[in-house]
Design a protein around this ligand. Sequence first.
Ligand code: SF4
Length: 287
Amino acid sequence: MKSAAYHKLWAKIHQQAREEHLPLRVMFELTYRCNFNCRHCYVPKSWRRRKELNTAGVYDIIRQLKDAGCFYLGFTGGEIFLRRDIWRILGFCKRQGMQIILYTNGSLIDGQAAKRIADIGVNKVDITLPGISEKVFDGVTGLKGSRQAVFSAIDSLRKHKVGLGFKTCQLKANQGEIRAIEHFCASINCGHRLDDSTSPRIDQLMIDRAKPTKAFICGGGITQCAITPAGRVKLCPLVEWPKIKISRDNSFNQIWKRLPQMIKDGECYKFCPAGLGRLTEERCVIQ
Ligand code: SF4
């Protein structure tokens, strides 16, 4: 599909999801474990031992998300390929007819894994590229050999024609390589986005609620949300609120329907590392 037509269709789908309050895009954090120790990581290391849903629990939530109208499911972490059941989860999700995006550091994707990703029909693999040289790359990730593993994964994924996207968190350590990273992504016809706003770590928020200065509207609770590894609903990966456990007595849909009112009554901006979340002069706006 031509890019303009795609954007038009996407805008239409998004508008409809807003009007009907559908959870169009959900980020599912499958684990907080990770084999890297990136300087820019917003997940506290102490969270790596946190409880995770078992496979049946993940399936149950995917089913509920599908029934509630979710179409784009992003699997993120931590590093998702540390989960032993990742292949079963991806296959199950695809059978539900959802679009899948994988957010991964890429280091655990070997040739065989790349083929499995392609066979399952994953729509996109999004990899963080912190550098081009081994010195910078491994320096940011804190893991020797990480550059080699990730670039080898990129080769394998390209060989199997898997859709790829890249992002880089701009740091002092990699500022001399940003151009080279962009050049590399362009050379293999892949998109690259620069994340120049480093998010504060989730457990160290310092937001001055007394002096609101700016506002924006996000889609959290309106067309998107996130699920924690333990199966709790929150507004987005960065906002640790309201964190309501999905259970037999409290389905995803029941929680989802309550979110707009909770956002109005609550103060999600208190938890938003982007600054002031959806705060406006009237306190908050649902669009
Ligand atoms: S790969 Fe991602 S989750 Fe792992 S340490 Fe780096 S930023 Fe954190």
